[in-house]
Design a protein around this ligand. Structure first.
Ligand code: SF4
Length: 275
C-alpha cells in the first residue's frame, strides 16, 4: 500500500465554499446520498417549491467569505429552468467568485421535461453568469457501478454529452469520483481511462460519508483510502487541480495527508441556504 510522506509545505489549502440548495427532495434515491429526502416520482409541477431568493436574503450568507458558490440540489422541485436563470442573474449581483450551477443529471432532467436542447440550457446558464457545471453523476463512468449505486442516474454517455456541450458553449465543468470503503484498485482503471480524455476545471474527490444514507452500515471512506485515490489521480493527470470534499472534524490533519498525496485543496463548506 502506498503511504504518503508528510511534508509541512505540502498541506492542502482550505477552499471556502457556500452552498445554495435548490431542493432537499429527490426522486432518484442514490445509495450514497446524504442530501436528499426521498420523494416518489411525481410530476414536477406537484413537487415541493424549491429555494427562493427571499430565503437567501433572509439568511444573508457571507458571499465575501467564500471563493466558490455551488447551486445544487435534489431533482424534485417545481420551479422551471427559467426560474433558476433569473435566480442566477440575481445571485450574480451579490457574488463575483466562481459560480458552479447544477450537475449533468439536473440539466438532463430539464432537457427531457421541458423538451429543450442541452445547448439552449447551457448557453442560458452561461449568459446568466455561471462559470461551471457541477460534477454529480461522474461515478456513472462505469455503467456497472451506476447500476449498483445509483440506477436512476443518467448513463455515462449522457453525462459525457452534457459536459461536451458545456465546453462547446464556454462553460467549465468538474468531475467528482466517489470513494467507497475498500474499493479495489481495478475500480479506478475505467475511471482513469475516461478522465484521461476530459479537460475538467478540477477534480473534486468525494470520500463516502455514509451516515444518513442507504449505505450507513458500510462506514466512511478513510483518509488513507482517500489519499490513495488522490495519489492515483495525481499520477494520471499531474496538471489538474484536485480538491477533496471533507467534513471531518480532523480536517486539519487530513489536509496534511491529502496534500502529501497530491491534493491542492480541501473543500470546506462555510454555509448552506436551503428551502
Ligand atoms: S440525484 Fe443527487 S440529490 Fe438525487 S438522490 Fe442522487 S445524489 Fe441525491
Amino acid at each position: 500500500m502506498w503511504v504518503p510522506e508528510l511534508q509541512p509545505d505540502l498541506t492542502a489549502a482550505v477552499v471556502p465554499v457556500g452552498i445554495l440548495t435548490t431542493s432537499r427532495y429527490c426522486w432518484a434515491g442514490c445509495s450514497f446520498c446524504r442530501l436528499a429526502i426521498p420523494l416518489p416520482k411525481v410530476p414536477l409541477s406537484r413537487a415541493p417549491v424549491g429555494l427562493t431568493w427571499d430565503q437567501v436574503e433572509a439568511a444573508a450568507p457571507d458571499f465575501d467569505g467564500v471563493t466558490m458558490v455551488k447551486l445544487r440540489g435534489g431533482l424534485s422541485t417545481s420551479q422551471s429552468f427559467d426560474y433558476w436563470i433569473h435566480f442566477i442573474r440575481r445571485l450574480r449581483k451579490h457574488f463575483s467568485g466562481r459560480l458552479m450551477v447544477f450537475s449533468p443529471i439536473e440539466l438532463w432532467q430539464y432537457h427531457m421535461v421541458e423538451r429543450r436542447s442541452l445547448r439552449d440550457l447551457l448557453r442560458l446558464l452561461k449568459w446568466a453568469g455561471a462559470d461551471l457545471v457541477g460534477p454529480g453523476g461522474s461515478e456513472t463512468w462505469s455503467d456497472d457501478r451506476r447500476t449498483r449505486w445509483a440506477p436512476y442516474r443518467i448513463e455515462t454517455r449522457e453525462w459525457l454529452q452534457v459536459v461536451e456541450v458545456a465546453a462547446a458553449v464556454g462553460l467549465d465543468y468538474a468531475v467528482a469520483p466517489m470513494i467507497v470503503p475498500q474499493m479495489e484498485d481495478e475500480n479506478w482503471d475505467d475511471y482513469v481511462a475516461v478522465l484521461r480524455t476530459l479537460e475538467p476545471d478540477h477534480i473534486e474527490v468525494k470520500p463516502l460519508q455514509s451516515e444518513g444514507t442507504a449505505w450507513s452500515v458500510m462506514g466512511d471512506a478513510s483518509v488513507l483510502e482517500t489519499a490513495q485515490v488522490v495519489h492515483r489521480l495525481r499520477q494520471a493527470r499531474p496538471e489538474l487541480t484536485i480538491y477533496v470534499r471533507l467534513v471531518e472534524e480532523n480536517a486539519g490533519d487530513a489536509a496534511e495527508i491529502l496534500g502529501a498525496a497530491g491534493a491542492d485543496g480541501v473543500v470546506a463548506p462555510q454555509w448552506e441556504v436551503a428551502p
